[in-house]
Design a protein around this ligand. Structure first.
Ligand code: AMP
Length: 224
């Protein structure tokens, strides 16, 4: 099962991705996570990517495209994958489409979570990461996934982990605006990539406005 998921930063894409991963048992490949792991480990790739990420810009396609296409060839992807955060622009969409055609692989589902820009921005600024598992959703501005409180301190609502952090790039409004400029760009940006797929395959559209549970129910129903 090969699946792509699109949605602006802050639309709940990562959360829905984790739910889909569970349903289909495929690895959840998040470009942003791969980059951040590499930065943490101080790898060459991490060093090359860091400045772009800190500025809220895309890491150049020459670095990102081969990294992802190679990742899809790893053993755990043999029976499928869920790709999240890639493609992020029209060039990457074309590169992926052509690479899949070359390998005779098909796309089973392409999902688009639709959410307006202002709501997405509020949700990003409220996001908190659980140190124990970054798939545990916590957001101080969304009632349904507000962190729990213990001794006056915010803790992960799923596992109670006491280390909840905000990603630096989540608190940087200028960087958020830059990321959204890329996402909502229908000429060369991410929505241009989404439209590229809409011309080729059926794209499953879900509204990101309701709570996590409602969105996932809608999505799972549409996935059949
Ligand atoms: P994310 O965690 O998806 O918000 O990604 C964090 C940052 O990683 C982005 O703001 C970009 O700088 C970089 N990044 C993630 N995915 C891509 C991609 N497909 N192409 C280029 N840069 C990316």
């Amino acid at each position: 099962m090969n699946i792509l998921i699109f949605g602006p930063n802050g639309s709940g894409k990562g959360t829905q991705g984790a739910i889909i991963q569970k349903k289909f048992g495929v690895p959840h490949i998040e470009t942003g996570v791969i980059f951040r792991d590499n930065i943490k480990k101080g790898t060459e790739l991490g060093k090359k990517a860091k400045d772009y990420i800190d500025r809220g810009e895309l890491v150049p396609d020459e670095i990102t495209v081969p990294m992802i296409l190679n990742r899809l060839k790893e053993a755990d992807c043999a029976s499928g994958w869920l790709l999240d955060g890639f493609p992020r622009n029209l060039v990457q969409a074309e590169a992926l489409w052509n690479a899949l055609a070359k390998e005779n692989m098909k796309l089973d589902y392409v999902i688009e979570i639709i959410l307006d820009r202002q709501t997405s921005k509020n949700r990003i600024m409220g996001r908190r990461l659980c140190a124990a598992d970054n798939n545990h959703p916590n957001n101080i501005f969304i009632d349904a996934i507000k962190p729990a409180e213990k001794d006056g301190k915010l803790v992960c609502r799923v596992c109670g982990c006491e280390t909840l952090t905000a990603r630096a790039d989540d608190q940087d409004e200028a960087a958020i605006d830059k990321r959204h400029n890329i996402y909502y760009d229908t000429t060369t940006g991410t929505l241009a990539g989404v439209n590229y797929f809409k011309e080729r395959v059926k794209v499953i559209e879900v509204s990101g406005v309701p709570g996590v549970k409602e969105v996932s129910e809608d999505l799972l129903k549409k996935l059949g």
